[in-house]
Design a protein around this ligand. Structure first.
Ligand code: COA
Length: 373
């Protein structure tokens, strides 16, 4: 088995941000118009009026202050409430591949590698723009990478599950280096007209280069000490969009073809699941949670991360131990823990141990334990 390192990461940030104030203003205008449009049905008790959203609630309940999006105008247009992406010809690079390539190029540059030296590209994300050909193959071609490429979707855990696949391939010698690319265009699966969740997501793309330790040349290298994956079926986070919708004669624009969740249940059930997963993974490596210098946790909810940290190390509020990025990025699905790793590792020194952990729909939990070389 070849020792493996993470030798580079990349982050693509879309050009636009939406603050909670902007988001709430647009939603409340939408809600007012809907309520006016359906005033009679509401008066007859046949329909519930839409309640307004609130900035204070969003920040208090989630910790989110703003999000990045690829298209701001469409999302904030109360007559549209979704991004607007111009359709592209089959010959043009798809949007998902475009932002994935931008992040991947950064990861390669950080690792001091050319795309031609890459043997595998995984597009690991919570939504794919199309059924086939795989987005990963398009990214591979756009980069000029060799080897193989495939898409994989484990919702918010896609990136850590992807890193596990990459690590396995490099350890066993089927690849020398593998890129794990996570383009998350969450704005296209978010119900911006539903106040229970309209604040949750943001768009980004991340990339991670995994390679053989004896060949890596980057100064900033992270030896992979171990990976662990777990899944447990739950309907509490679900999206029914799929290739059989048309055959089922169901409403292609129905609410169930976008992200929906039972947030409180997810919160209650996933916190103990993730904490126990992390503890078990660390124990298998003979590490105590206190020995982990930094936790790069999934970024869905500030309070979830604080509870997990409290279970692990006995206190909750340690921004240095478990940095938060969701205040600026919101929940970026599988990319969240990778953004935290990308943005918050420069201060660690040789020998420091850190843990990347994602959790989300499935349920799914994935962890990667690394040590700074
Ligand atoms: N503005 C104002 N009030 C709102 C609101 C908004 N945008 N959205 C919901 N509310 C209201 C609710 O209607 C509810 O009102 P009620 O008490 O009168 O019924 C109240 O605020 C509390 O709503 P609730 O949904 O119970 O809030 P919460 O504290 O559970 O926070 C989440 C909601 C989504 C932030 C939280 O549950 C969460 O983050 N869960 C984990 C989600 C997760 O990790 N998902 C993984 C996705 S990858």
């Amino acid at each position: 088995m070849h020792p493996v390192v993470i030798s580079g990461t990349g982050l693509y940030q879309p050009p636009h941000t939406i603050t909670n104030a902007e988001l709430v203003a647009s939603y409340n205008l939408y809600a007012d118009r809907e309520n006016t449009r359906h005033a009679e049905a509401i008066a007859r008790g046949e329909r519930e009026a839409l309640a307004p959203s609130s900035e204070a609630f969003i920040e208090r309940a989630s910790g989110i202050k703003q999000r990045h999006v690829i298209d701001k105008a469409g999302v904030l247009d109360p007559d549209r409430m979704r991004p607007h992406f111009a359709p592209r010809d089959d010959d043009a690079l798809s949007l998902m591949a475009e932002i994935g390539v931008a992040a991947a190029r950064q990861a390669l540059a950080a690792a001091g590698r050319e795309a031609t030296e890459v043997d595998g590209v995984l597009c690991a994300a919570s939504n794919m723009q199309r059924a086939y050909p795989a987005i990963a193959v398009e990214i591979q071609a756009a980069l000029g990478a060799g080897g193989y490429a495939f898409d994989m979707n484990v919702a918010c855990s896609s990136a850590t599950f992807g890193i596990q696949q990459a690590v396995g391939a490099v350890q066993t010698g089927s690849a020398r280096r593998v890129l794990v690319v996570s383009p998350e265009i969450t704005s296209a699966h978010l119900a911006w007209m539903d106040r229970d969740c309209h604040f949750i997501f943001g768009d980004v793309a991340t990339a991670v280069l995994v390679e053989r330790a004896d060949e890596a040349r980057a100064a900033d290298r992270w030896q992979v000490l171990g990976t662990r994956l777990a899944t447990q079926f739950s309907n509490n986070i679900r999206n029914n969009a799929g290739f059989m919708n048309r055959a089922e004669d169901t409403d292609l624009w129905g609410r169930d073809t976008l992200f929906r969740q039972t947030g409180q249940k997810v919160f209650r059930e996933v916190v103990p699941l993730a904490a126990a997963h992390i503890e078990g993974h660390l124990a298998s490596l003979e590490l105590a949670p206190q020995q982990v210098r930094r936790y790069w946790l999934h970024q869905a909810n500030l309070h979830m991360n604080q509870r997990i940290l409290n279970k692990l190390i006995g206190y909750a509020d340690d921004a240095d131990r478990a940095p938060l990025i969701l205040d600026r990025y919101a929940n970026t699905a599988s990319a969240g823990s990778i953004i935290a790793f990308h943005d918050h590792r420069a201060d660690l020194t040789a020998g420091d141990v850190g843990l990347i952990c994602s959790f989300g729909a499935g349920y799914s939990v994935g962890s990667v334990v690394v040590r700074k070389v």
